[in-house]
Design a protein around this ligand. Structure first.
Ligand code: PLP
Length: 388
């Protein structure tokens, strides 16, 4: 490996750059997770975490990746053979579908072109046709990290309400939590799935479920096998400030620091910053003469942008050149988008000049890879950053 100076640019859409404050908080000595100090710490942490989910309801935190929190959402609310409805918005939605099938659920997977979010009109049709109320849950990925498309959860909720359908609404907010506006309570979400390493600016290792009252009732009837993921012992212990097994103590220290940072900036400002960086990134992409994968302006992601290249180019070659020359990691094309797109993560601990540096590296890398781009793209992005 060649010696590198300066900081690596980690511009994948998660894990994201971990701020020094968070790293320092994680470096504190580990304490007794069954002692009185820990209980105090847990209560404070839970209070600070709730606004990020937009909830006053229960939140549980697992020592896990996001995938674990996906499983927790399913096994706590559903029973073998239950029908669930999901939308093929991209790679992550497909993985969650696969998991549901492996767990013994019957998934009605609405096909998609990986350039749009979940369609509220199709949901309305599916629910209207389900007069026997067989659909037990609707699963939606809020921000599809493989495509940079954000589904319109309030419209999904409205479709369920208009159909007066009792299905639970399960939402993956893994790459939107702490970077794109999200409201568990107001949007009537039953289980929100989150994790630590994206908008929350932490290393990987914490998975979350925010749980509605309705989901808690569903949990009492759910018959899918569960042990590690079981909400009941988790919620019982949390009530006293503890966990049924060893929590990721030091990551929780980091979480507290990250939550303080979000409080200091103000969540509304955090979301506005992400929207602005996303707008500047799209200005660059369009200015270069390239295509943003997301085609509906209502669904542009605030946390990442997937750039679609012409078939003659290899997006992974562009990424490789950028990594070798400029020490910057970009997201690869996942699943059916392999080689066709690269993804620019602009979420988490990020500012204007980090974005300017990122887009400079992307422009130079595209040029080095022989992709025809108009260098006015970078100027267009800087103009957005200068304007407000
Ligand atoms: C990253 C991601 C996941 C998977 O999370 P892991 O921590 O890798 O298990 C799931 N859904 C979305 C939308 C993601 O961005």
């Amino acid at each position: 490996m060649t010696a590198r100076s300066g900081r690596h640019f980690l511009q994948i859409p998660g894990p994201t750059n971990v701020p020094d404050r968070v790293l320092q908080a994680i470096a504190r000595p580990t304490i007794d997770h069954r002692g009185p100090d820990f209980a105090e710490f847990t209560f404070d942490l839970t209070t600070r975490l709730k606004p990020v989910f937009g909830t006053r309801e229960s939140i549980v935190a697992y020592p896990s990746s996001g995938t674990g929190a996906w499983e927790a959402a399913l096994v706590n609310t559903l029973s073998p053979g239950d029908r669930v409805l999901a939308f093929e918005t991209g790679h992550f939605a497909s993985l969650w579908r696969d998991m549901a099938e492996r767990l013994g659920l019957t998934v009605d997977f609405v096909p998609g072109d990986w350039r749009h979010g979940a369609d509220p009109a199709i949901l309305a049709e599916k629910l209207a046709a389900d007069t026997a109320y067989e659909i037990a849950a609707v699963m939606v990925v809020h921000n599809e990290t493989s495509t940079g498309v954000t589904s319109r959860i309030p419209e999904i909720r409205a479709a369920i309400d208009e159909a007066r359908h009792p299905a639970l609404l399960l939402v993956d907010t893994i790459s939107s939590l702490g970077s794109i506006d999200y409201r568990h309570d107001e949007w009537g979400v039953d289980v929100t799935v989150g994790c630590s390493q994206k908008g929350l600016m932490l290393p990987p290792g914490l998975g979350f479920n925010a749980i509605s009252e309705k989901a808690l009732v569903a949990a009492t009837r759910s018959r899918l096998p569960k042990s590690y993921w079981d909400w009941t012992p988790m919620l019982d212990n949390n009530e006293r400030g503890f966990y049924p097994y060893t929590p990721a103590t030091n990551l929780l220290y980091g979480l507290r620091e990250a939550l303080l940072m979000l409080e200091e900036e103000g969540l509304a400002n955090v979301f506005a910053r992400h929207r602005r960086h996303a707008a500047a990134t799209r200005a660059a992409v369009h200015g270069w003469g390239l295509e943003v994968l997301c085609v509906d302006a209502r669904e542009y992601s605030g946390s990442l942008t997937a750039v679609l290249l012409d078939e003659q180019y290899d997006a992974d070659k562009v990424r490789r050149i950028i990594l070798e020359r400029y020490d910057m990691s970009l997201g690869t094309g996942l699943g059916r988008l392999a080689g066709r797109v690269f993804r620019i993560g602009h979420l988490g601990d990020f500012n204007d000049l980090m974005l300017a540096g990122t887009l400079s590296g992307v422009q130079m890398g595209l040029e080095l890879a022989g992709v025809t781009v108009d260098p006015a793209g970078l100027q267009a992005a800087l103009a957005v950053l200068r304007a407000d």
